[in-house]
Design a protein around this ligand. Structure first.
Ligand SMILES: NC(=O)c1ccc[n+]([C@@H]2O[C@H](COP(=O)([O-])OP(=O)(O)OC[C@H]3O[C@@H](n4cnc5c(N)ncnc54)[C@H](O)[C@@H]3O)[C@@H](O)[C@H]2O)c1
Length: 338
């Protein structure tokens, strides 16, 4: 089988997770990596057995690759995407999609003009547990979805995540704190699970550590156009065991409830109960790493000339939700999406 030849730009913290999973994707071959810092590009290339490394992105784009995975900081997604589209390369872009809505639109337009695939990197959609929840919801056995409760939180950028370069704390470079960084994942999931778009958003943010210019806690309530409500919590200050990120997604439906929780370090547990059940039943699901599923999907879309399940448009919509969230928090009012 001919493999899809890919390059990756930005050899930082997330790149390590993505490369580890990409190397397991049989439809793809990671041929090159690029970083402004030669030491990082060289180190990643050597450790993962990648043939070529670059510090000049244009040079990597000129190489024999069909697609590029953008793992650079948020402020660089726009430039990296536009350049790749112009070079005729398919693109998978990390979240949040861009810094500004106008940039997101230009990225979408550039992909269209150059006839390349533009996939927004929402890896949650590919996790085995989330796919199982979606399957159960879609089967209709729990009736209509009414309410979603979701949390993603950890001890913070410098204690939990440990990026390789310093940009997360600067609002101009990151676009924001957990509302944007962690919310991006769930806002997409909430759209997917509810099958609807956000109508109203109401957010409250706090900053317990004043040396940072970004918020470190955010609580966001979303009202979807079809009436589903979601209450969410994103934080960089929640203490848990080492390397632990709380992630809970609770789906309350007319005839039943689905609870996805990782309240200990043993992974996700999915439980379900119906109207007449005495107790929760544990739901067995096929494990799939989100990065593996997402990157495999990218390679398959290139191979089969298909539109990905999360497009540039989804990336842009999510960015609009984030922007409206910050507007709501700043003004202290509920904001309508246009
Ligand atoms: N999906 C997830 O779960 C998840 C988790 C963490 C981070 N992310 C996202 O991944 C992206 C990267 O975050 P990170 O934590 O890996 O950051 P990082 O600082 O660890 O890595 C970024 C790398 O990009 C390089 N870089 C910066 N500008 C560049 C350019 N113009 N050309 C080439 N290289 C450049 C830096 O030198 C650095 O090595 C961000 O968009 C972030 O939001 C996603």
């Amino acid at each position: 089988m001919e493999k899809i030849r890919l390059g990756l730009v930005g050899c930082g913290a997330i790149a390590e997770n993505q490369i580890r999973e990409l190397l397991k994707v049989e439809e793809a071959e990671l041929c090159a990596v690029c970083d402004l810092r030669e030491d990082l590009a060289k180190d990643v290339a050597e450790r993962y057995g990648i043939k070529a490394y670059y510090t000049d992105y244009a040079q990597m784009l000129a190489a024999d690759i069909e697609g590029v995975i953008v793992c650079t900081p948020n402020f660089a997604h726009y430039e990296n995407t536009i350049q790749a589209a112009k070079a005729g390369k398919h693109i998978l872009v990390q979240k949040p999609f861009a810094m500004e809505i106008s940039e997101a639109q230009e990225m979408i337009d550039a992909a269209k003009e150059n006839k390349v695939i533009l996939q927004a990197a929402f890896f949650e959609r590919f996790k085995g547990c989330n796919l199982k929840m979606y399957e159960i919801l879609s089967s209709g056995r729990l009736g209509k979805l009414l309410f979603i409760k979701a949390q993603m939180s950890h001890t913070g950028i410098d204690k939990f995540w440990l990026p390789k370069t310093q940009w997360f704390h600067t609002k101009k470079k990151s676009g924001g704190g957990p509302l944007s960084d962690l919310g991006a994942h769930h806002f997409d999931l909430i759209r997917w699970f509810s099958g609807s778009e956000v109508d109203e958003i109401s957010a409250v943010t706090t900053n317990y550590f004043e040396e940072d210019e970004i918020e470190d806690n955010a609580s966001v309530v979303l009202k979807m156009k079809n009436g589903v409500m979601a209450q969410t919590y994103y934080s960089f200050t929640t203490v848990g065991p080492k390397n632990f990120c709380y992630e809970n997604i609770e789906l309350y439906c007319e005839k039943g409830t689905l609870l996805l929780q990782n309240m200990d370090s043993k992974g996700f547990k999915l439980r379900m109960c119906g109207l007449d059940d005495e107790d929760f039943e544990e739901v067995v699901f096929e494990e799939q790493d989100g990065f593996y599923g997402m990157e495999r999907h990218f390679a398959q879309c290139i191979r089969d000339k298909k539109t990905p399940v999360t497009t540039g448009e989804d990336g842009k919509i999510c960015l609009e939700i984030i922007k409206k969230g910050y507007e709501s928090a700043k003004k202290g009012v509920t904001v309508k999406m246009v």
